[in-house]
Design a protein around this ligand. Structure first.
Ligand code: NIG
Ligand code: FE
Length: 431
């Protein structure tokens, strides 16, 4: 008999998100079973059983067996943050005053700030320094329940060494911390100064010079591009993503973040796995995503932080059967937060998604957005034992009591990675 290494019993609300390893769309995005008095059994790094108590198999315990009491707790698949700009140098709090005075994100970028400022800061920092900075963010992401992170390059752009430095750091984070890092190549994140008048020329360089090197390097799974007014147009984005496919990279695209310039059509044309942001996506755009089988990866933390109250049309997407994933977009400019629980809350409050839909957005649909659905995104026999335990009696509680961290424990590959003990204040008054 297979020995059980870890068991969670008496779970108040167990949400396995079990089903096909495929994106949930339409009504199915919100239809998840909530099991009372659930049990999860783990053997090594895999799930052996996740379901109700009465069907749980009798089991033998391993010598190092760990028992976790799930009383009063909600248990879900480990959360997946399928869109971040994790590795970067420095920060941009100096832009806050400008932003509060009405200077827009693209205006800051045009003035040489924004992404351009992070490019300079990332170039200046050593790999070790970048690692130490990103490590803090990974620790925060894990603390919010995240077990897999997608991380993009894009703060080197035409400085290929810096792009590689970002990749090296992302790789090391995955090796040294209890988290998986999935890597995306995004040199087409901003127009380098010397290609300002001809962004297409830089795209040629990315296609002819960088992509072969990235393919040979073998660490990136995806290629992304910032398809936006004043950045890369739909035509150049399409050219790049078509070429990326030839080099074994799956396309992703930042589309309709600030203006709708054809990114959804491009996403559909190149059969992108996901289109990101989609804040300004029209009904036609939603139809294009549907036709192209593209996952809408929505980033409500960014909308919130842009401050203009405009959010992606998640309800329309769900009604039309486009699967929706939710991510943080963690980056030093448009969304400097690692709090994925807050992003889920914003998906509910501002995009009118239900807590169940938001949970699907950070589990199975997020897994599909980074092609990890066969091993992650749901708690089912044989899948990886990546599990998040919330100190909350149900998922609705997590998404109603907002702005705080509800994580109790995070289990990565069957081992407890984070366990919170609540702060105990001294009973004797301070003197
Ligand atoms: O997804 N829009 C492009 N990239 C990021 C922001 C990066 C930055 O501001 O440094 C985003 O919003
Ligand atoms: Fe982004």
């Amino acid at each position: 008999m297979t020995k059980v290494t870890l068991a969670i019993e008496n779970i108040s609300e167990l949400i396995t998100v079990a089903g096909e390893n495929a994106p949930r769309m339409g009504k199915a995005q919100g239809e998840i079973e909530k099991i009372k008095d659930g049990v999860v059994l783990v053997s090594g790094d895999k799930i052996l059983y996740a379901g109700d108590k009465k069907n749980a198999p009798k089991y033998e315990k391993s010598d190092d067996f760990v028992l976790i009491d799930g009383t009063g707790k909600t248990v879900t698949p480990g959360l997946i943050d399928s869109h971040t700009h994790l590795v970067h140098g420095g920060s941009r709090e100096n832009e806050l005053d400008m932003k509060l005075n009405g200077v827009t994100y693209l205006e800051i970028l045009e003035r040489g700030g924004g992404i351009m400022s992070t490019l300079r800061q990332t170039k200046e920092m050593s790999e070790d320094e970048l690692f130490e900075q990103a490590k803090k963010s990974v620790e925060r992401l894990i603390s919010y329940g995240v077990t897999t992170i997608e991380a993009k390059t894009g703060y080197g752009i035409d400085d290929f060494n810096t792009e590689m430095k970002q990749l090296n750091v992302a790789d090391r984070l995955g090796k040294e911390l209890p988290v998986d890092i999935v890597k995306t190549f995004m040199a087409a994140h901003a127009i380098p100064e010397k290609y300002k008048s001809n962004p297409g020329e830089f795209i040629d360089i990315v296609i002819n010079d960088y992509l072969p090197k990235i393919e040979a390097d073998g660490r990136c799974k995806f290629c992304d591009v910032f398809c936006e007014k004043g950045v890369f147009n739909a035509e150049d984005s399409k050219r790049l993503l078509e070429a990326a496919k030839k080099h074994g990279l799956t396309p992703k695209i930042h589309a309709d973040e600030i203006e709708e310039i054809g990114g959804t059509k491009t996403a559909a044309d190149v059969r992108a796995i996901s289109a990101e942001h989609l804040i300004k996506c029209s009904e036609k755009g939603v139809d294009e995503l549907k036709e192209g089988g593209v996952i809408a990866n929505l980033l409500p933390g960014t909308s919130f932080n842009m401050g203009d109250g405009i959010f992606a049309p998640a309800r329309l997407m769900i009604e039309k059967g486009v699967p929706v994933a939710i991510s943080t977009d963690y980056n030093p400019g448009s969304c400097p937060t690692e709090n994925i629980q807050l992003c889920m809350y914003l998906a509910c409050l501002n995009m009118k998604m239900t807590p169940a839909e938001a949970l699907v957005g950070v589990t199975i649909n997020a897994a599909c957005a980074i092609d990890e659905q066969d091993k992650k995104g749901s708690l089912m026999e044989g899948k990886l034992a990546d599990i998040t335990i919330f100190d909350a009696p149900n998922i609705n509680y997590v998404l109603y009591h907002f702005g705080v961290n509800h994580t109790d424990k995070v289990i990565k590959n069957g081992k407890v990675a984070v366990s919170y003990t609540h702060l105990t204040l001294p009973t004797t008054p301070y003197v």
